[in-house]
Design a protein around this ligand. Structure first.
Ligand code: ATR
Length: 278
């Protein structure tokens, strides 16, 4: 009798925009694995999240990735969690074991590996724009890369100060964000500014050192106004982080090799174009 296919997926609200199914299908196809990775929309309440997750577990899913707005719900629902997920306060991976659910956070290693693609020595000083959920993962990634000093700036200063207390960071006023740029080795935008439908991020990159890295974690649009302004610097776009964060889930659930390469990126770019014209 042939074995039944491995099932995994991504849950969020909305979830139709997710490119994760394309990433996992590409890797499954490359490794000749009999498996499906399915997007599942779960309305934004913790109750519905728990019900659907229990259902997916019952029908035999190996695990799921979790995206907005359920990453905190995922961590709360799990029976156990990695240290990094606990520190991030959010989980983007749930693995269903026979008698327990385990939560992990691969956004952190995903961003760290996206940085390593650009440089093995990202320097000492990171400047993080924004203090929401995404900023927490980025801060942990920068700390894991060995950056000695991380500065955070946010429109609402109190939120930056709360993160600074928790992760030992420096804080600068949002209005003074340009001033801290001259010593930054890596600049990361985690705010929603620059996303499709949002105002652009206003920042003057003229004092940024030529070798500094500029990163934006969104992929809609792929080339945000910030990344456009950073031409000439090493840049990291949202697709790079997305591809790298998918690796641990694929390995865990499908059990195959997952390689982030130019061919995968081209597949995603083709899919983005197809959706734009569909
Ligand atoms: P995520 O989980 O993606 O981090 P979030 O928690 O809603 O999303 O955080 C959004 C971030 O974008 C916050 O840092 C937010 O700043 P505030 O804390 O002041 O709200 C930032 N942001 C959103 N709109 C902004 C704007 N118009 N100007 C400056 N920052 C903005």
């Amino acid at each position: 009798m042939s074995k039944s296919p491995i099932l995994a997926g991504v849950v969020g609200w909305p979830v139709t925009y997710s490119l994760s199914p394309v990433i996992h299908s590409t890797w499954a196809h490359r490794a000749d694995i009999n498996g499906y990775y399915i997007p599942v929309a779960i309305p934004p309440t913790e109750d519905e999240f728990r019900q659907v997750i229990n259902g997916l577990r019952r029908v035999g899913f190996a695990g799921i990735n979790v995206t907005k707005p359920h990453k905190e719900n995922a961590l709360r629902m799990a029976d156990g969690a990695s240290e990094i997920a606990k520190k991030a306060g959010a989980a983007n991976m749930l693995t269903f074991h026979e008698d327990h659910i385990y939560a992990d956070n691969s956004d952190v290693i995903g961003f760290a590996n996206a940085v390593k693609d650009q440089s093995n020595n990202p320097g000492n000083h990171g400047l993080v724009l924004g203090a929401g959920g995404a900023a927490r993962g980025i801060i942990l990634a920068l700390q894991s890369l060995g950056l000695k000093k991380i500065t955070i700036t946010n429109r609402t200063r109190e939120k930056a100060e709360a993160l600074a207390d928790e992760f030992t960071l420096d804080v600068v006023d949002w209005d003074r964000r340009n001033i801290s740029l001259d010593t930054a080795d890596i600049l990361v935008n985690t705010t929603s500014l620059g996303m499709t439908g949002q105002p652009p991020l206003e920042i003057d990159l003229s004092t940024l050192k030529p070798k500094s890295i500029v990163a934006d974690i969104v992929y809609s649009p792929l080339e945000t106004p910030l990344l456009k302004a950073a031409s000439g610097h090493h840049t990291i776009d949202g697709l790079s982080m997305l591809m790298h964060q998918a690796v641990p889930g694929f390995k865990q659930w499908f059990g195959g090799t997952a390689i982030v390469d130019e061919a995968l990126k081209q597949t995603l770019l083709t899919e983005i174009k197809r959706r734009e014209t569909a």
